[in-house]
Design a protein around this ligand. Structure first.
Ligand code: ADP
Ligand code: MG
Length: 247
């Protein structure tokens, strides 16, 4: 396919595990600055789709173009460097380090002969840490040991660690699981802020939350896309009610 304006263009993507098609000729396009929510029953292939995009799982066929560049077959670290960040369900923060350090170590390192970081002005890193800490609502907790943060704050810190790399596409798998009502509210606001400068894909089950954040909703079922559109459109789609929303 020729070049497009889509930040992400997935076409005819497939992956099989022992003959079972977890993703089946799936096609999906994502706009720049779009916040897309993917919903669907357990086992639909949602997490597998993110695994394929970030290079954790190898596809059997198809294409994943990020800013018109083929990502399929590229190493995970190259996909990260291309600008795709992925948050897993369990946070991988450094519990015994302060929030500031957690963010600081996530600043992308230079590739120079002597390591460009050595020459990188520490003020630049500091101001980026401040910027990100403000964005994730942890600006007044920079000195706190990360292990002492609440469950929700830990999730935001991990989002912040990804933001340090300034990804153009951020992917989050069930980000509000285990959060309090207030933390959910704040996460909705955070995701709305984040997608002002980048595209975001969120997998989520909580329909009230989905309604609040989604620009567009994709419904997956058995490795395929069952429906796609606004929340209102997919909510009244009979097929979606049958396989997912009705349960
Ligand atoms: P969802 O996130 O929508 O609940 P998943 O993507 O986790 O669904 O799983 C889709 C299907 O693929 C499930 O049947 C799951 O058991 C299977 N699957 C996922 N990853 C693997 C793997 N690495 N090996 C074998 N089967 C897998
Ligand atoms: Mg999943």
């Amino acid at each position: 396919m020729s070049n497009t304006d889509f930040v992400l263009a997935i076409e005819d993507l497939s992956v099989s595990f022992d003959g079972f098609k977890a993703i089946d000729t799936l096609t999906l396009y994502l706009d720049r600055g779009e916040l897309r929510v993917i919903i669907g029953p357990n086992g639909a292939g949602k997490t597998t789709l993110l695994d394929l995009i970030c290079g954790k799982t190898r596809a059997t066929g198809g294409s994943i173009k990020f800013k018109n560049e083929e990502m399929l077959g590229q190493a995970e670290h190259k996909i990260v460097r291309a600008g795709i960040g992925r948050k897993f369900q369990t946070p991988s923060i450094y519990e015994n380090l302060p929030v500031f350090k957690n963010l600081e170590v996530s600043f992308p390192r230079g590739r120079g002969v002597f390591g460009a970081l050595a020459f990188k002005c520490t003020d630049d890193v500091s101001s980026r840490v401040q910027e990100v800490a403000t964005e994730i609502g942890l600006a007044d907790k920079l000195d706190m040991e990360a292990g002492l943060l609440s469950h929700g704050e830990k999730q935001w810190l991990e989002i912040g660690m990804l933001l340090m790399q300034d990804p153009e596409l951020l992917m989050l798998d069930e980000p509000i699981a285990g959060m309090s009502a207030r933390e959910r509210d704040l996460t909705a606001e955070l995701l709305k802020r984040i997608c002002q400068n980048r595209s975001v894909i969120v997998i989520e089950h909580d329909m009230e939350f989905v309604k609040r954040i989604a620009h567009k909703v994709t419904v997956m079922h058995q490795g395929k896309i069952l429906a796609e559109g606004s929340m209102e459109q997919v909510q009244k789609d009979e097929r979606v009610i049958d396989v997912y929303l009705g349960h």
